[in-house]
Design a protein around this ligand. Sequence first.
Ligand SMILES: [Zn+2]
Length: 178
Amino acid sequence: MNSLILVNSQHAYSPDSKQDLIPVHDDYSDILLEREAVCALSRIMEQLGGWEFIVPVSGWRSLEEQLEIYAKSLQENGPEFTAKFVAMPGHSEHQTGLAIDLGLRQPDIDFIRPAFPYEGICQKFRELAPAFGFIERYPAGKEHITGIAHEPWHFRYVGMPHSEIMTFKGLTLEEYLA
Ligand SMILES: [Zn+2]
């Protein structure tokens, strides 16, 4: 697994090695990530008592799942919304098993845009994440570089020390790799 693999509108996902996917947590057996990402995420959540307040919304997706999500969003939300928030099938970071959408635990959780505010437990997660290899992947102001709208809920495992360097320097994965 190459933790720095780049998947965006210009770079389609092509598996570089066999995926090693496991559930992010015993309570969410259908939400999978690469083993290394799960270990890192578990350590963050342990430190925060995070699973009490934070829900994993979407982890690894197969190409078929991304196709379904994309088609459904086109139908329900239209092309403009979909282009901003849903990656083209074959071009979703979720296919790598290194990306996860997280939501604040509440009665109604939006599957495409879960709430993950810049305060409270979610902000604590965001601040701690880089020390364990995760970055907030689609920050505000970098939409022209990432090609994806600001997504406060989408985190990507890139591994250490990359995560800390990117966060410290304010670089997206695209900028870091360039
Ligand atoms: Zn996402």
